[in-house]
Design a protein around this ligand. Structure first.
Ligand SMILES: NC(=O)C1=CN([C@@H]2O[C@H](COP(=O)(O)OP(=O)(O)OC[C@H]3O[C@@H](n4cnc5c(N)ncnc54)[C@H](OP(=O)(O)O)[C@@H]3O)[C@@H](O)[C@H]2O)C=CC1
Ligand SMILES: O=CC(=O)O
Length: 324
């Protein structure tokens, strides 16, 4: 008999067929308490769980006693209680690497669109406001040859550094827990403490995971250290930045602008004050959202679950130490 799995994200037809070849699949809309109650027997029997969004914590695990592996269609896994998974010997698989370049492209798009006011001026032109040659009121600021500080010099940070260094001749600063020799030798990146990075960067770019240590790593005190001309880009996770403090800093000129792909609450409420600010470029968490990359992530997530449930994990595992 094929192992039972719960699928809580729709997949392209060919990948769904591959999943069906290996498993007996129950597809659900989400992993809310209501859905679990509706499909109680299937959740109880499931050995695998594949999808993204929604919390996987002790409460859910208690309802899935047969679970052996989770496969998230994302690289970030802050939705998962890894300690609870470890206690139950449940493998957690994720999709690093496949999305790295695409997310770095998105970050560079936020750098350019905030600095050159692309979305603001697009609205202005389409609103019929362009009636004469533009003057300083509509000027932006240069990106090339400025200093770009990266918080989190992992896979995505490195890909961003490559673009900024080779594409735009930028100086690169970074802050991480350990030294990243590749970034230093290939892109001339300089490791520095958070305070120095905030003080010296023209662009502060966040590609950090959300953890207890990174939660609100950027708050009012940190924003005050930044240059008034500086721009904050966040494509890591919303709660790494205190959004209320950021809103205040953008309103009172503590910093110049922000480009945000992620928010403390997602979807960001339509009446959030931060969305009313002209110096904010807001995106709906599209870091990896291209057809090619989203397909690649779904493909990897399916392969990851097959590997995990057949005892053949070689990569993409968050907690390989618990392999039985
Ligand atoms: N907006 C979007 O759509 C997307 C967002 N993301 C987010 O980007 C994050 C990063 O992805 P990726 O680059 O692949 O991950 P990596 O694990 O490769 O990189 C994470 C980096 O963060 C650093 N870091 C972690 N904790 C701390 C800390 N407390 N202080 C300083 N540095 C820290 C790590 O430091 P060290 O190297 O020293 O260990 C590492 O350099 C994901 O976890 C996810 O949250 C990812 C994909 C898409
Ligand atoms: O936010 C997206 C991810 O893959 O993590």
């Amino acid at each position: 008999m094929k192992p039972a799995v719960i699928l809580y994200k729709s997949l392209p037809d060919d990948l769904r067929a591959k999943l069906d070849d290996h498993f007996s699949v129950t597809e659900v809309d989400d992993i809310s308490a209501e859905t679990i109650q509706q499909h109680q027997a299937q959740f109880e029997q499931a050995q695998g769980l594949l999808g993204s969004g929604g919390k996987v914590n002790g409460d859910l695990l208690a309802k899935m006693p047969a679970l052996r592996a989770c496969s998230t269609v994302s690289v970030g896994y802050d939705n998962f209680d890894v300690d609870a998974l470890n206690q139950r010997n449940v493998l957690l698989m994720h999709t690093p690497t496949v999305l790295t370049e695409t997310v770095a492209d998105t970050m560079m798009a936020l750098v350019l669109s905030t600095a050159r006011r692309v979305t603001e001026l697009d609205k202005w032109v389409k609103g019929g406001e362009w009636k004469a040659s533009i003057g300083p009121d509509h000027f932006g600021i240069d990106v090339h040859h400025k200093t770009l500080g990266i918080l989190g010099m992992g896979r995505i940070g490195l890909a961003l550094a490559q673009r900024a260094h080779f594409g735009f001749g930028m100086n690169i600063l970074y802050n991480a827990r350990r030294q990243h020799e590749e970034a230093e030798t290939r892109f001339g990146a300089r490791a520095c403490d958070l305070e120095t990075l905030l003080k010296e960067s023209d662009f502060v770019c966040i590609s950090l995971p959300l953890t207890e240590q990174t939660h609100h790593m950027i708050g009012a005190a940190q924003l005050k250290l930044m240059k008034p001309s500086a721009i904050l880009i966040n494509a890591g996770r919303g709660p790494v930045v205190d959004e209320q403090a950021l809103t205040a800093a953008l309103k009172d000129g503590t910093i110049h602008a922000a480009g945000l792909d992620v928010f403390e609450v997602e979807p960001v409420p339509a009446d959030a004050e931060i969305l009313t600010l002209p110096n904010v470029v807001a995106l709906p968490h599209i870091g990896s959202a291209t057809h090619e990359t989203r397909y690649g992530m779904a493909r990897d997530a399916v392969d990851n679950l097959i590997a995990a449930l057949s005892g053949k994990v070689e990569k993409n595992c968050v907690n390989p130490q618990i392999q039985r």
